[in-house]
Design a protein around this ligand. Structure first.
Ligand code: GLU
Length: 277
């Protein structure tokens, strides 16, 4: 059975782009007799607010979507994320990192490094904290942990791949195109990449339907699935809804907030038409 999900972060109002993503996933599940789940990505407790979460439920219900309750919240899953980090740590694939963003920018643009290269998470980490020999002992607490990408890729016995629209996509050269991604953040316990992979696996997600802004991140997720022995779902990255100037919508783009349209008397059918559904 097809199981898909919509996983918003309650850090602001849902806008047209979110509505499109949620309706696309919901419609697909309904068309195929599958299930549509709502998940709340509230790992970053400094930015998430209960009132935004309440608004998400309200807007999605108003749009005519339905999902099983209770929903999964990432904030309840830290022990699960920690256990996965320990597995990777014990295999020598993680190391602590104390670099700030400014440190990374400075090191990556140092003359001997050439121009900084960008990956899915921004500037590719130049490896300042990467040890020669994997650290041992207990999993460190309250610090950022990075995946040693080269070492992780060396452990793979067959190439990575995933399916998108029936085509096989094979990620290439992750140490150079992605680099050592952060899997645990000092203040959050886990990063988006780790949490999303574990949540999708534990919820039995068979199809991930999300915006094309996350396409580059998918190769990281497929690698983590392989390292952790988890299944890889099929992926569909849809086009982003843009404003009249062609800019993608942001959470702070209140003019396109579903709540604003609702207050203006727009109905859910109009919203569907606006996003081309
Ligand atoms: N919380 C993430 C976002 O809003 C979800 C990403 C995903 O669907 O994997 O961008």
């Amino acid at each position: 059975m097809l199981i898909t999900r919509f996983a918003p972060s309650p850090t602001g109002p849902l806008h047209l782009g979110h509505a499109y993503s949620a309706m696309l996933a919901h419609d697909r599940a309904r068309a195929e007799g599958g299930r549509f789940l709502l998940r709340i990505d509230d790992l970053d407790q400094t930015r998430c607010r209960p009132e935004w979460e309440a608004q998400i439920f309200d807007d999605l219900a108003w749009l005519g979507l339905d999902w099983p309750r209770p929903v999964l919240r990432q904030s309840t899953r830290l022990p699960r994320y920690r256990a996965a980090l320990k597995t990777l740590w014990d295999r020598g694939l993680l190391y602590p990192c104390t670099c700030t963003r400014a440190d990374i920018r400075a090191a990556a643009s140092a003359p001997q490094e050439g121009a900084p290269l960008f990956g899915p998470d921004g500037v590719i980490y130049p490896g300042t904290c990467r040890p020669m020999i994997p650290p041992q002992g207990a999993l460190p607490q309250n610090c950022a942990l990075r995946l040693d990408m080269a070492r992780a890729c060396e452990t793979l016995d067959t190439p990575l791949f995933y399916l998108e629209k029936g085509h096989t996509v094979t990620p290439q050269d992750l140490p150079h195109t992605v680099g050592d991604v952060v899997l645990a953040r000092r203040e959050m316990g886990a990063s988006y990449h780790l949490s999303v992979v574990l949540d999708d696996a534990d919820q039995g997600i068979t199809h991930v339907i999300r915006g094309e802004d996350l396409r580059e991140a998918t190769q990281i997720h497929v690698l983590l699935q392989r390292l952790l022995g988890l299944p890889t779902p099929a992926y569909h990255h849809h086009a982003l809804i843009r404003d009249d100037a062609g800019k993608r919508l942001a959470k702070r783009d209140d003019a396109r907030a579903i709540a604003t349209y609702r207050a203006d008397g727009v109905n859910p059918r109009d919203i569907r038409a606006m996003v081309g559904l």
